[in-house]
Design a protein around this ligand. Structure first.
Ligand code: NAD
Length: 261
């Protein structure tokens, strides 16, 4: 329970990877600020289970992070409830699959806002709290798409490459403040975000569902396996340990060998 007394804010923690990261940090004793969008009753079940399983406080703060005011209100709510954010996990993200000449500009705007700008704002607002307590961890869920592109994902690939650049810059600025900043870059993880892009990928590439899974999603991953959300949670826990105190500015791949090729 090496994180007892610390507070972790994990964006997009009502589902998928963010939920696994929050659960893993709670297991080590961190209080959790959970945030995301979805069915309130389902979210309350998830929140209560995490709190009960690990004996920590878990506060759900609803926030639409495509708007700057949403991020600002979220950080303020975390500060009011727990006095500090010691661990910031910028994880909330969305995807849209379409050829560049058909890509809806409003989708571009919302993907950049959620996958990139919200992380900038959250860092900007949480770093003073970390500096005040002399310790901090910033963990950004980037993607293999922060290192390599795929067709039809212009906004997502642009946002994730930029998120990796933001992470490096923040790491350098905080290098002597006992605050680290790193990206975790998964390949494909079986979550709603991946499942929901299958119909558009079928349309864009004229493939069946099975062909999308085998020939698109897993084709680039030499292990031919999806990354497990729990494994990403375990990596986030490691990044909070003292053993990771000199790991900063990194972009750590968990992508079945995708970007090794
Ligand atoms: P998910 O769809 O399961 O979860 C996304 C989370 O973001 C949810 O909690 C959702 O409520 C939240 N969210 C969505 N729109 C929001 C908004 N406007 N404001 C606030 N929160 C919002 O997806 P996931 O697969 O767990 O993805 C989490 C992160 O991991 C994303 O940044 C994604 O890009 C990244 N990622 C996913 C994969 C994958 O294969 N699933 C691979 C690499 C990177």
């Amino acid at each position: 329970m090496f994180l007892t007394g610390k507070t972790a804010l994990v964006t997009g923690s009502t589902s998928g990877i963010g939920h696994s990261i929050a659960d893993a940090l709670a297991q080590e004793g961190a209080n959790i600020v959970m945030t995301g969008i979805g069915d309130e009753a389902e979210i309350e079940k998830t929140r209560a289970k995490m709190a009960q399983d690990h004996g920590v406080e878990v506060a759900f703060v609803p926030a639409d992070l495509t708007a700057r005011e949403g991020t600002e209100a979220l950080i303020e709510a975390a500060r009011t409830r727990f006095d500090a954010v010691d661990i910031l996990v910028n994880n909330a993200g969305m995807q849209h699959v379409a050829p560049i000449d058909e890509f809806p500009p409003e989708k571009w705007d919302s993907i950049i806002a959620l996958n990139l700008t919200a992380a900038f704002d959250a860092c900007r607002l949480c770093v003073p709290m970390m500096k005040a307590r002399g310790w901090g961890r910033i963990i950004n869920t980037a993607s293999a798409h922060s290192l390599a592109a795929s067709p039809y994902k212009s906004a997502y690939v642009a946002a994730k490459h930029a998120l990796a650049g933001l992470t490096k810059t923040v790491a350098l600025e905080l290098a002597q403040d006992n605050i680290t900043a790193n990206c975790i870059s998964p390949g494909y993880v079986w979550t709603p975000l991946v499942e929901n892009q299958i119909p558009d990928t079928m349309k864009a590439r004229k493939l069946s569902r099975e062909e999308v899974i085998e020939n698109v999603l897993l084709s680039g991953q030499p292990t031919k396996k999806f990354t497990q959300p729990e494994d990403i949670g375990a990596l986030a826990v490691f990044l909070c340990r003292d053993a990771a105190q000199n790991m900063t500015g990194g972009n750590i791949s968990m992508d079945g060998g995708w970007t090794a090729q």
